[in-house]
Structure formats: structure tokens, C-alpha cells
Design a protein around this ligand. Structure first.
Ligand code: PLP
Length: 384
């Protein structure tokens, strides 16, 4: 039978193929990679609905419902846009709409995704000041403040809320305070919340954050294909004047259409269906309950892993509630260990950047329960 894992080499493993088959009805497939994440049954069903015209009143209604449910998760009263792109497309939209060639940007990085933000800004011709922190550590707000003092002409600060490569969550309240206090007219604060949104609280307005982006396939329990971007009032004059070339990612066009509950170009309609259903499930559970569940799941996993003798990458004080990065046990190559995990039926993320070949990553964002963590721990005990 066809499954979307079919092209993966380790799918050949019989046990794994069997798991994939049963996934269709069970709560969780042991798909524990950081996106795409497993979909609840209701979301899978919603995604299979018939197409509608994206210029119809039905689509406008769909758009409105999604937009209204996204805003409180961002913690904003500002505008929310839904672009048919992956998370990286959303990051690029943030850069292309706020920066002009030669503009000075402070890129705060604690891993691969922070580096990616910096790289996108470089591609757009920005003058990037890199502020990187040691592996497994969160960004130090004091150093952010110092960097902004040293560069009073900095126009934008790029920060990753939850660094998916190292499984570390930045203290956005403290970082945003450092940015806000840096001068009377502080630089724009642009935050990648792709792997935190819907799992870890986001307070865009409270954090005086000007742009925040996420994507459909992480804690939102929807299929890949959409990036949701919240834009605050301070960002608009800058977006209007930015001189970076942009067409598909132009937020001015997105705004023009969003005013009519629509998108400038053909949206991924099925992903919109899925996202609406997922947001409805999230509303039923309640945001506070969702965050508490992610906290419980993450603590349970970290404690269980440590009890099994695994070593974690993240500084415990800033360990993420949506993902955990784990060093491969000694005496086994990363490749061999990953193959064992695949045979056992567990799909995890590999190590990225400095952690390539050294660590793997277990995602626990979105559709995840404590019972699912019991299964993960049991498998990790077996393959050790
Ligand atoms: C997943 C992720 C992205 C976007 O990745 P895409 O594959 O382009 O969707 C960006 N930032 C972070 C922190 C992520 O976890």
C-alpha cells in the first residue's frame, strides 16, 4: 500500500511498515520527527474534503475562521497572514519585507535555524551581525543588549524562539526587553516561532515583537504547506518602504487580499481545511491545557531518557517543551543507531549542523500524549 514514507529507505523494515499501516487509526504513529508531525483523525478527514473556489464566500469564511483562531496563539491583536510556503518561506518573507540591501541586522543564533535566518538576510544583501551562542545554550539577553549598543544603526533583530536543532527555548521575554530598552526607537524584532507556536506560549504583543512566524506542520497538527505570519503596527511602514525585491512573498499583496479574507495567489486549500480543523481541536482543549501537556510530556521524556542513561544536548534550564535532542549512545555510530530506531518503528529527526552524526531529535509537539512518550522510551530502552 502507498504511504508517504514509502520513499524512505528504512520503510522497507517490516515492523515499521506495519506501524505505518496501523497509524491510520491509532493515536500515534511513532512519527517523532520535528515536522511533519502526526495528524489527528479529524484533521486527516478534513484534508480530504472536495476543493472549493478560493474566490468563493466559503473560502473567505475558512480564511476568517483560521485567522481568528491564530491571533490568540500568537498573542497578538495585529494582522495575521497565511502564505502557501513552508516555514523557511515564511522566514524569507519576513526578511524580504523588512530589509533593504545594506541594512544592518542582528542575527541572534543558537543553532541551525538561527543560522538559516542570518543566511537568508545575507542572501538579501543585508549587513548581518552574527551573535551566536554555544551549543545547547540559550541566547544571553545581556549580550543582545551589548550588541545593540555596539550597533546603534541596527534595523532588525532576528531571533529563533525555539531552536529545533538543539532543543533549546530562548527566553523571549528577556530578549525582547533587551531589544525594547536598547534605544528610544528600537529595531524591529522578528521572531521565528515555527517549533514553539501551539506548544510553548507566544506573547507577540507583550514582547513588543513586530513579526512572528510559524508553519502548519509542527505543533499545529496540520499538513505542511502553510506559513502563518503575524505583523505588528510598527512593521508596516517598514514593509511599505523596504527595497528588497519580492513578488510571491510580498506582504503588501497579502494584506490587500487579507482585507477581503483571501490570498493573492492559489492557496493550499487542503492544508487550510486541515488547519481549520486542527485549530478547532486546539480551541476545545484550551491553550493553557495544551501548554501544560507539552510541559508534562517533555519532562517525562527528559527524565526517562536520563534514567536510561542517555545524555541530552540542551541546558536543562532552557530545555524545550516541544523537542528533545539526545546524544547517540557511545559505542554505536549514529547511522547504525538511526537504523535500529527505524527498525523498531520510531521515526526521529537526525542531528543537524554541529550535531550531525552526534545526536538525534525526538519531537513532541502537537498531537502527542504522555502515553506516546511511554512507547518512545520503551523503544529507546530496547535499541540502546
Ligand atoms: C521547521 C522549522 C522551520 C521551517 O522549516 P521548513 O522545513 O521550511 O518548514 C523554521 N524554523 C524552525 C525553528 C523550525 O523548527
Amino acid at each position: 500500500m502507498a504511504c508517504y514514507y514509502a520513499t524512505r529507505p528504512y520503510c522497507c523494515a517490516g515492523a515499521y511498515a506495519e506501524r505505518v499501516r496501523t497509524m491510520k487509526t491509532s493515536n500515534d504513529a511513532q512519527l517523532r520527527m520535528p515536522g511533519p508531525t502526526p495528524l489527528p483523525a479529524a484533521v486527516r478527514k478534513a484534508c480530504s474534503d472536495q476543493m472549493i473556489s478560493h474566490r468563493s464566500p466559503e473560502f473567505a469564511q475558512l480564511y476568517r475562521e483560521i485567522e481568528a483562531r491564530l491571533a490568540p496563539i500568537f498573542g497578538t491583536h495585529g494582522d495575521v497572514f497565511i502564505l502557501t510556503v513552508s516555514g523557511t518561506g515564511g522566514m524569507e518573507a519576513c526578511v524580504a519585507n523588512t530589509l533593504s540591501p545594506g541594512d544592518k541586522v542582528l542575527a541572534v543564533s543558537i543553532g541551525v535555524f538561527g543560522d538559516r535566518f542570518a543566511e537568508i538576510a545575507r542572501v538579501y544583501g543585508a549587513d548581518v551581525i552574527d551573535l551566536a551562542f554555544p551549543l545547547g545554550q540559550a541566547a544571553d539577553p545581556t549580550q543582545v543588549a551589548q550588541a545593540l549598543q555596539a550597533h546603534p544603526d541596527c534595523r532588525v533583530v532576528l531571533v529563533t524562539h525555539n531552536e529545533t536543532s538543539t532543543a533549546v527555548t530562548n527566553d523571549m521575554a528577556a530578549i525582547s526587553q533587551a531589544v525594547a530598552a536598547s534605544r528610544s526607537n528600537p529595531p524591529l524584532l522578528v521572531v521565528d516561532a515555527v517549533s514553539s507556536f501551539g506548544a510553548i506560549p507566544c506573547h507577540m504583543d507583550q514582547w513588543c515583537c513586530d513579526m512572528m512566524l510559524t508553519a502548519s506542520q509542527k505543533a499545529c497538527m496540520a499538513p505542511p504547506g502553510l506559513s502563518m505570519i503575524a505583523v505588528g503596527p510598527r512593521a508596516w511602514p517598514i514593509i511599505e518602504q523596504a527595497r528588497s525585491p519580492r513578488f510571491y512573498l510580498d506582504l503588501r499583496a497579502a494584506k490587500k487580499y487579507a482585507d477581503r479574507d483571501n490570498t493573492p495567489y492559489t492557496p493550499a486549500v487542503s492544508a487550510f481545511y486541515g488547519l481549520r480543523q486542527a485549530l478547532e481541536l486546539m480551541e476545545q482543549e484550551g491553550l493553557e491545557a495544551i501548554y501544560a501537556r507539552h510541559g508534562r510530556v517533555a519532562r517525562k521524556l527528559r527524565q526517562g531518557l536520563q534514567a536510561l542513561g542517555y545524555e541530552l544536548v540542551a541546558d536543562e534550564a532552557h530545555a524545550s517543551d516541544s523537542i528533545t535532542a539526545v546524544y547517540f549512545p557511545t559505542g554505536v555510530t549514529g547511522e547504525a543507531f538511526m537504523a535500529r530506531l527505524a527498525t523498531a518503528g520510531l521515526s526521529v529527526g537526525g542531528g543537524q549542523g554541529a550535531l550531525k552524526g552526534k545526536a538525534f531529535r525526538i519531537a513532541h509537539m502537537g498531537y502527542v500524549s504522555e502515553a506516546a512518550i511511554d512507547v518512545v522510551l520503551e523503544m529507546l530502552d530496547r535499541v540502546r
